[in-house]
Design a protein around this ligand. Structure first.
Ligand code: DON
Length: 570
């Protein structure tokens, strides 16, 4: 990372914010509600959409609908109404917490070996590019659900900024160009997608306007008819026809059957903090609980920097081992969550850690996992009443399946690749899964997305990030940094490192370790792998209950925008 640039950007944001807070903050802090609201998202136009809804009397949940829908328009490479995600909600008035699971589902005609050829080998790219890679989208149902059950405003109001952005267009920037370039050949293969996201079949120049009238119409149908505007009627018909023409297997029944599920989040205590995160079919909360439980058994503040990093890495190794073996869709497989998140399990794992040397992954049973980039998206919202939302949304790979059913404007996800197509064969992120994550009709693929809250008597944090299998370790590093007393600008810009059990390497950003640290970790037996790029795009908020201040920060690696403001209920 360009440290100077990131410091400057973060500093400017906090500077502007602090000035504002000192001007408007009441003299005595109310520890039950923040008074100030904040939004941190991966795109300025999405943050703006959420702010518009808060200013119009919406709560954090309405703003979440607006931000999700706006991201679906202006960050087509990350998430969309053709994709899914997890929305972690906290309702202030009764402290109710829930995870709205809008994860994609395998079509009913899906089968375990659908991505294998006659010889039983995985067909390259079949689960990544094109209509057969697409799961049944969950985002439209989730937005309708959140608006109806938790919002104050009608769904149609909260979708308005996104509809406007789709009709009027948004301007291509360098970030868009990079991701379009990455998927250029696949986008070029689908005339409908190329017509929307490319310019004359090539990556659009900076300043080119992407206008999406079909997507605006589909969003308008959802605004008018809710769920039915997408999962039934003419939009559903066009989606199914387009998917089938592209070699996919969706049916009208698949769409009509889709339901979001409200799931109890995973909770874990760590150093006086209460961490709440995503439950299966995400592996995030369980893995975070395992790592934090293991780390709780160490006096972290008494460890030198290298030993600290070593035990963190060893906790990652063990949590990802469990992930590879046990986790999948809880509606299909029995997951021993209480055992995996128990102190007893962590204690046994912690006792196997030696401070002066690695535990080679080859000495532990499990399966291979790997990497992720900067597509997928996360946003964090806090409103003045203390309601909050952490949401991580995805179409999986950049621009998803790179296919749009004609006339719908809906970019299909390629989330089917998050299943294990065949034991032992890695997916696009290098993930190799177990039986628990095999393809079955109607099943949700295992995810790493980890929208997270951290709460203590002193404050409340909302955070998360994209980044494939590295999502969970990024959130872990953020939690540890919060426990050390730092604020969101630090969590989002921290140098990152990651271990996922297999391959048995410590992947790290270029600036993550200095020479002493590298030497010390290498001496312990770690194999370090410096990545040639930064990763992640964290969006975070912290409300300090004691001072009343609210801090928000967007990862300097991305183009996100975080804002804090005062909104009065009308
Ligand atoms: O659900 C998951 O874990 C993946 N589909 C997320 C993909 C992702 O974060 C891509 N990355 N940057």
């Amino acid at each position: 990372m360009n440290a100077a640039r990131s410091k400057l950007r973060t500093g400017l944001r906090c500077g502007a914010f602090l000035l504002f807070v000192f001007c408007v903050f009441p003299t005595v802090a109310d520890t039950s509600r923040p008074a100030l609201a904040a939004i941190a998202s991966a795109h300025p136009l999405a943050t703006q959409a959420g702010m518009e809804i808060l200013a119009d009397g919406g709560n954090a949940f309405d703003a979440a609908v607006a931000v999700s829908a706006a991201l679906a328009v202006v960050e087509p490479y990350s998430s969309g109404i053709g994709g899914g995600g997890f929305w972690l909600l906290h309702r202030a008035r009764d402290d109710f917490e829930v995870m709205v699971d809008g994860r994609e589902k395998a079509p009913l005609a899906a089968s375990r070996d659908m991505y294998l050829d006659a010889d039983g080998e995985v067909v390259p790219d079949l689960s990544v590019d094109g209509a057969l890679a697409a799961g049944i989208p969950g985002e439209p149902a989730a937005l309708d659900h959140i608006a109806r059950h938790y919002g104050r405003l009608p769904l149609a109001r909260s979708l308005r900024p996104a509809i406007r952005l789709a009709r009027e267009g948004f301007v291509v920037d360098a970030y868009y160009r990079k991701l379009a370039q990455f998927r250029l050949a696949v986008l070029q293969n689908n005339p409908e997608a190329a017509g929307i996201f490319l310019h004359d079949g090539e990556v659009p120049e900076e300043g080119y306007r992407i206008v999406q009238p079909d997507l605006a119409d589909t969003l308008a149908a959802i605004a008018r008819f809710g769920n039915a505007g997408f999962y039934r009627g003419p939009v559903a018909r066009a989606l199914v026809d387009g998917v089938r023409a592209g070699g996919g297997i969706w049916t009208m029944e698949d769409l009509a059957q889709y339901r979001v599920v409200e799931r109890e989040p995973i909770q874990v205590a760590f150093q006086g903090l209460r961490i709440t995160s995503a439950s299966p079919p995400s592996s995030g909360g369980v893995a975070l609980a395992t790592m934090l439980n293991i780390l709780s058994t160490f006096e972290l503040t008494e460890l030198d920097a290298a030993t600290h990093a070593h035990v963190v890495i060893e906790s990652m190794r063990r949590a990802y081992q469990d992930r590879s073996v046990y986790l999948g869709d809880p509606d299909f497989v029995a997951i021993p969550v209480p055992r995996l998140t128990s102190a007893g399990h962590a204690g046994r794992q912690a006792r196997s850690i030696q401070l002066d040397r690695v535990t080679p992954s080859s000495t532990l049973p499990g399966r291979v996992l790997k990497t992720g980039g900067r597509d997928t998206t996360h946003f964090s919202i806090l409103d003045g009443a203390g309601n909050r939302v952490a949401a991580t949304l995805s179409v999986n790979y950049p621009f998803g399946a790179c296919e749009v059913p004609p006339g719908t404007g809906v970019l299909l996800n390629d989330e089917m690749d998050d299943f294990s197509a065949k034991p032992g064969v890695p997916n696009v992120y290098g993930l190799v899964g177990a039986e628990a994550n095999a393809i079955e009709p109607g099943k949700r693929p295992l995810s790493s997305m980890s929208p997270t809250f951290i709460e203590s008597k002193d404050g409340v944090a909302v955070l998360g990030t994209p980044g494939g299998s590295r999502i969970i370790t990024m959130v872990l590093l953020g939690i540890l940094d919060q426990a050390a007393g730092n604020k969101p600008d630090s969590w989002v810009s921290l140098p990152r490192y990651h271990h996922q059990y297999l391959p048995d390497t410590v992947q790290h950003e270029p600036d993550a370790f200095d020479a002493d640290m590298i030497k010390s970790l290498t001496l312990r037996g770690h194999t370090l792998k410096q990545l040639n790029a930064e990763y992640g795009n964290m969006q975070a908020i912290y409300w300090d209950r004691n001072t009343g201040q609210v801090f928000a920060a967007s990862d300097p690696r991305g183009i996100g925008d975080s804002r804090v403001g005062l909104f009065r209920r009308r």
